[in-house]
Write a protein that binds this ligand. Structure first.
Ligand code: UT7
Length: 350
């Protein structure tokens, strides 16, 4: 029995903000941001939009595809009908995010479960920073493989990071954007082993908690709780030591790609595409030089969306899928890294 992806979806807010827009109010420039990161734009959610709203849209698109809906995926009544029907077949919803609607509870996954009408689904969030989708997919695969009657899982990566940025810190605020991506994973009759095998065939999940403070939401948890009546000046925005995360990320991408290829006896030529977490194009370039893998093997859309954390890999997967760039039998590698610190990757045979 294989774990196959039978539907993909994404949602990004319509409001697009370019580097030049930012440089009008911040001491930065299009030239600096592009040359240091590869970012040209980011999409920013309006005030009333929370992470679950983007997650819900991405989930509907993935569910509608899983139900065979082939029309325009944006907000059509037919899409919603197809998604609502497919939602009833979902056994588990797993949502990776660093920017949940609420701290602690309810989980963002539960909010999505309710709004989808996914009445038989369990739901939970995964806190693995930008690696959340990779952790989520493997967790879903594990649950589906247990033989306890679960057949379908919805795995989502969703973020509204721009809500938790210090917009005066040019070292971090230019890097991030909002969005969501989702997949429907199904336990199918296809073989999981041998030459005809399909689906999620290998995953690496790894962590280095010693680097936790290099990417941190300091306030609001039990370590440094908000106190009633307190005026909060610092610590509510994401704090990042860019250099430390950069060095960690280059090694994480290099090591994960090498380990996945070795474990599956693959060379770069066997891979149709590598989808790395879209944090900084320079991280990908540095890693690919070490790996000696051609630039064309890596899918990059960071120019359009910036870093959408847990959403970046499923957004990329959906873009590729909907534009017909994925063929049956293609070997796809995903690689993630981020807060925790966490890292890992998947090998998926499409
Ligand atoms: O999902 C995972 C999350 N995060 C990441 O993956 C981030 C990993 N880190 C990075 O991508 C890079 O470290 C950054 C893009 C954050 C920074 O790039 P860098 O090449 O390491 O720049 P830097 O921090 O060494 O700063 C170089 C200079 C500094 O000026 P001085 O001190 O040399 O005069 C910064 O103040 O660039 C300045 N700078 C900027 N200038 C214009 C930093 N940010 C900006 C900016 N615009 N936005």
């Amino acid at each position: 029995m294989a774990i196959e992806i039978i539907g993909t979806g994404r949602a990004v807010p319509p409001r697009k903000v370019s580097n030049s827009d930012l440089s009008a109010r911040l001491d930065t420039s299009d030239e600096w941001i592009r040359s240091h990161t590869g970012i040209g734009n980011r999409h920013i959610a309006d005030d009333g939009t929370a992470t679950s709203d983007l997650a819900l849209e991405a989930a509907k698109n993935a569910l509608a595809m899983a139900a065979g809906f082939t029309g325009d995926a944006q907000n059509t009544a037919d899409r919603d009908l197809a998604a609502a029907e497919a939602a009833k077949s979902i056994d588990m919803i797993i949502l990776g995010t660093a920017t949940a609607d609420f701290i602690g509870t309810p989980s963002t996954a539960c909010i999505v479960q309710h709004k989808l009408g996914a009445e038989k689904a369990g739901a939970m969030d995964i806190t693995a920073g930008c690696t959340g989708f990779i952790y989520g997919l493997e967790t879903a695969a594990g649950l589906l493989s247990l033989g306890r009657g679960r057949k379908r899982a919805l795995v989502i990566g969703a973020e509204v990071l721009t809500r938790v940025l210090d917009w005066n810190d040019r070292g971090s605020c230019v890097l991030f954007g909002d969005g969501a991506g989702a997949v429907v994973a199904e336990l199918t009759g296809a073989p999981a082993e041998g030459p005809q095998r399909r689906g999620l065939v290998r995953t690496i999940l790894a962590a280095d908690g010693s680097g936790g403070e290099s990417l941190l939401f300091r306030r609001g948890g039990t370590r440094y709780p908000f106190k009633k009546g307190e005026t909060i000046e610092n610590g509510v925005c994401v704090e990042m030591n860019g250099q430390e995360v950069y060095n960690f990320a280059v090694k994480a991408v290099t090591d994960t790609a090498a380990a996945l290829m070795q474990a599956e006896s693959l060379t770069a030529d066997d891979l149709a595409i590598i989808i790395p977490h879209q944090a900084n194009a320079r991280i990908v370039q540095a890693a690919r030089r070490r790996l000696k893998i051609a630039e064309e093997k890596f899918y990059l859309n960071i120019e359009e969306y910036a870093n959408t954390s847990a959403a970046s890999i499923p957004i990329a997967l959906d873009e590729m899928n909907r534009s017909g760039k994925l063929n049956r039998g293609d070997i796809i590698m995903t690689i993630g890294f981020g807060g925790g610190l966490t890292y890992g990757g998947n090998i998926i045979i499409w």
